[in-house]
Unconditional design. Structure first.
Length: 230
């Protein structure tokens, strides 16, 4: 069962948040461990493994105070969080689970350190800061999608283009509205281009022969019936 999604732009992390932290679930993603619930007022702990290979929570030790975490819950509500602390503690320490968020929504990320002998904790509180959700995983990839054109005589042409470019590490949405003057009023025309099969000369000849044969057969049958009646 999914509870939401977590994104951390700084380390290009984008993972679903599973409902229970079991051995099986932690092999494939991160999971809710303790607290009030995703994007609820209070503290929620998200547990993940440090595989030291760049997956799951392997790179959260690269986070520092002021970095951003984006959480989307199952209701599609998005809350931005700002990292307030990064530290290591013993496995027996559970104070981070009950930490006071000051009446705000807060999250705590928990994993092991690279040595496996301590626990790495990242705390964050909700923020009103606007966080740019960039996708840095797609290198040299330009995606152009959703191009809609409505061309009319003196009408309006709308073009919507979504592009992802790693060179700027940002998604760009371009909306162009091109208006053209109309000297004869407003006239909208929908142009539909259809690929029709082409008929060759040989096919026409065969068709003509077929029609001729049918005509001869019909004539013979008609002549026989005429003789019988006569």
């Amino acid at each position: 069962m999914l509870l939401g999604n977590i994104k951390i732009p700084k380390i290009s992390l984008d993972l679903p948040i599973l409902a229970t932290s079991t051995v099986g679930s932690l092999k494939v993603s991160v999971a809710f461990q303790y607290g009030v619930g995703i994007n609820q007022v209070g503290n929620s702990v998200i547990l993940g493994r440090n595989l030291q290979d760049g997956t799951l929570f392997s790179d959260i030790d690269e986070l520092s105070v002021g970095d951003y975490i984006i959480i989307t819950d199952i209701n599609d509500d998005v809350v931005n969080y700002k990292v307030s602390d990064v530290y290591e503690t013993s496995d027996s320490d559970t104070e981070f689970m009950e930490r006071d968020t000051g009446g705000k929504r807060g999250i705590t990320l928990s994993t092991s350190n690279d040595n496996g002998d301590m626990r790495l904790i990242v705390t964050a509180e909700e923020t009103d800061d606007v966080v740019e959700d960039t996708d840095t995983d797609n290198s040299n990839n330009n995606n152009t999608s959703s191009t809609n054109s409505n061309t009319s005589t003196g009408g309006t042409q709308n073009i919507i283009t979504n592009s992802n470019s790693n060179s700027s590490s940002a998604s760009q949405n371009t909306y162009q509205n091109i208006s053209r003057g109309n000297n004869s009023g407003t006239s909208n025309k929908n142009v539909v281009q259809t690929n029709l099969p082409k008929t060759g000369k040989s096919e026409v000849i065969v068709l003509c022969i077929f029609v001729a044969i049918i005509s001869i057969i019909v004539s013979v049958i008609a002549l026989r019936r005429y003789k019988e009646v006569k």
